[in-house]
Design a protein around this ligand. Sequence first.
Ligand code: TRP
Length: 324
Amino acid sequence: MEKLNLISGITPNGAPHLGNYIGALRPSVDFSRNINIKSYYFIADLHALIKLKDPKKIKKYKIEILAAWLAIGLDPNKVILYCQSAIPEITELMWFLFCICSKGLLNRAHAFKSLFITEKNYINMGLYSYPLLMAADILLFHANFVLVGNDQLQHIEITRDIALRFNKIYGKYFILPKIKVDKKNKLLNGLDGRKMSKSYGNTIPLFCTEKTLYNMIIKIKTNSSKASDPKNIKNCTLFQIYSAFASKKEINYLKNKYNEGISWIKVKKIVFDYINESLRYSRDTYLRLLKDYTYLKKILKKGENIARDKANIIISELKKIVIK
Ligand code: TRP
């Protein structure tokens, strides 16, 4: 049986946080262990350029994402790991897509529509074209599934639209990819109760010192109910974060404590202890890997060679189709 292709990318515009871990990193490791799936995991550094104009930071975040992926269990011998900028065929394909994409389709994209425009924060063409770079990432490797958060749904729809348009003009070539959202891994909320996101500045780093993790969890917004008051698990960030890590039995235990009444400080200690222990092993591995840049570079090089070989074949086929 032919394997299905799954692709996932992470933009290196900040250090990996707990939301990335639950929403993208952990599910990607789960999927990579499925023998019926061939997975492509990449660091979307060209996407990072849209906002970040600091090469040192991009490099730092790139290394951190790769080390985090490996530390939590991604096996570089089983998946294809690469950096987007190492595969020039992606931007080559993007041009083919540019030429069949109406401006109106991109006008509807939320990535730039939702951006708060200031002088510093203007819409550059990278931001406007963001969905087409993403479509090229996906279509180049004939991905059947794209592993992303719910917030990326529109980008997958645009990818399908553009693939369909290409197939209509040139004859069927591209697979229409489907979104793969890991149902049990919903988006996490951050310190202030809104979705955990770098753009809200409310993130909890995935790998930091125990002290920082403790101080962060203590800061999570709660209400002013007394220790003896029963507490509602709905819309409770602490409960939500705990549930993303703990087993069913442990979740039920905390649920009972909420019903009986428990002080917020006690809840925070329980959540801290649990997360801290869950992350201990991978955190140690992560810190060790960060010091071994040569090894990390070697891993990327290997993945990039495989990805480029595949990409080259596709681009030659495409050139025959669109230019002759
Ligand atoms: N836009 C994605 C995000 O911010 C990252 C990304 C870029 C991506 N290209 C992709 C994810 C292709 C999946 C497939 O989360």
